[in-house]
Design a protein around this ligand. Structure first.
Ligand SMILES: Cc1ncc(COP(=O)(O)O)c(C=O)c1O
Length: 390
């Protein structure tokens, strides 16, 4: 009998780590103390001024739809933030508020991808990107990348892999799972390469603000025709509020607005009102304190894992992930993750969740736990390596 559901839904893979998470939850229910390093969201809850603004918004009855493009005041505030952080003057008319960065990805892929068309993506990378492309009947052209290119697409790779069906490239800076950042010059050459091919460049900047010892450049500093997605989830600590944004070239806005109306009507209105508080000095000070805490965690965990024999060839400059090569220990990454979960109750993510390229030899650690917890995790990992038989 034919499968009752669509081919496109069958082609989309689940997060493989969910099987491990289910097992972690079982172990926890049995009373074990599991250290979660598999989770890609800040451990901090939403900052108090934003929660207060959200509560006030609810009390004031801001519970209805907003305009599809989002609250004008929020679009204005985001435009102001581009001025402050990057010295850029962005017309708020180019900004659409979306349900998470995920909503922005959905808009961008719906706008830019025709059936059968290809997009260049780095492998390893954030898995949902290729799934969004599949959903709109396009496809990801995965480009294997390693430490020699900072795990990022380059202009050279764009030219090398571009074929007659390629219509664009999507990059993330800082990237998930590797935490690497594209410099201004690299963004400019990527923009130049895609323009030369008459394609589009989409840059996922959702980990902006979470860079350590440096600030990440926005592609908008070097190319006004790029599409940029961003989110209130990570730096602003609002994962569960489901709020993000897309900056698009002026000519694309009317079509994007039409798509937004049809796909989700508007982003959550109480979340939009709450997010207005993100740009106040009080909230920004909290975000910066949290960023400094993430930097301390990276500075602890990176050398500690290297010392144990994990291969982390390039120092990640952003996000809250370490992508580590486990070849020195032998064996497959999924079995490796399972071993540490079962024997030491430490959970982290197998490379398979981020692509195909050497995925069986890599795992991702998220430093979304405090330093004391990370120290405990390292002790357990050191012990677990003794009993690992790769
Ligand atoms: C690289 C990247 N892009 C986009 C997202 C989507 O996040 P959200 O929809 O919460 O903004 C994530 C979430 O982990 C991510 O890692």
């Amino acid at each position: 009998m034919a499968h009752p559901y669509s081919a496109r839904s069958r082609a989309i893979e689940p997060f493989h780590v969910m099987a491990l998470l289910a097992r972690a939850n079982e172990l926890q229910a049995e009373g074990h103390d599991v250290i979660h390093l598999e989770i890609g969201e800040p451990d901090f809850t939403t900052a108090a001024p934003i929660v207060a603004a959200g509560q006030a918004a609810l009390a004031a009855g801001h519970t209805r739809y907003t305009a599809a493009r989002g609250l004008p005041a929020l679009r204005q505030a985001i435009a102001g933030f581009y001025g402050q952080r990057y010295g850029l003057s962005i017309d708020p008319e180019r900004i659409l508020i979306t349900p998470g960065g995920s909503g922005a990805l959905l808009l961008a892929s719906s706008l830019l991808v025709d059936p059968g068309k290809h997009w260049l993506l780095a492998d390893p990378g954030y898995p949902c990107n290729r799934h969004f492309l599949r959903l709109v009947e396009g496809a990801a052209q995965l480009v294997p990348v390693g430490p020699e290119v900072n795990y990022q697409l380059t202009a050279g790779l764009v030219h090398q892999h571009w074929d007659e069906n390629t219509v664009g490239a999507l990059v993330a800076s800082p990237a998930n799972p590797t935490g690497t950042v594209l410099g201004r010059d690299e963004l400019a050459s990527l923009a130049g390469a895609t323009r030369e091919r008459h394609g589009h460049l989409v840059v996922d900047e959702i980990y902006h603000g979470l860079t350590y010892g440096m600030d990440a450049a926005s592609v908008l500093e070097v190319d006004d025709s790029a599409f940029v997605l961003n989110s209130f989830s990570k730096y602003f600590g609002m994962t569960g509020w489901r709020l993000g944004w897309l900056v698009a070239p002026p000519a694309a806005v009317a079509d994007l607005e039409k798509l937004a109306q049809n796909l989700y009507i508007s982003a959550p209105s109480m979340a939009q009102h709450a997010a207005l508080a993100c740009f106040e000095p009080e909230a920004l000070a909290i975000f910066e304190t949290r960023r400094a805490e993430f930097a301390r965690r990276r500075d602890y965990l990176l050398p500690a894992l290297r010392e144990l024999g994990f291969g982390i060839a390039v120092e990640p400059q952003g996000a809250f992930y370490l992508y580590a090569d486990i070849s020195a220990f032998g064996g497959d990454a999924f079995a490796f993750c399972r071993h540490f979960l079962e024997t030491e109750h430490v959970a982290f993510t197998p490379g398979l969740d981020f692509g195909r390229h050497l995925a069986g030899h890599h795992v991702r650690f998220a430093y979304t736990q405090n330093l004391a917890r990370l120290e405990q995790a390292v002790q357990r990992i050191a012990r677990g390596l003794q009993s690992w038989q790769g």
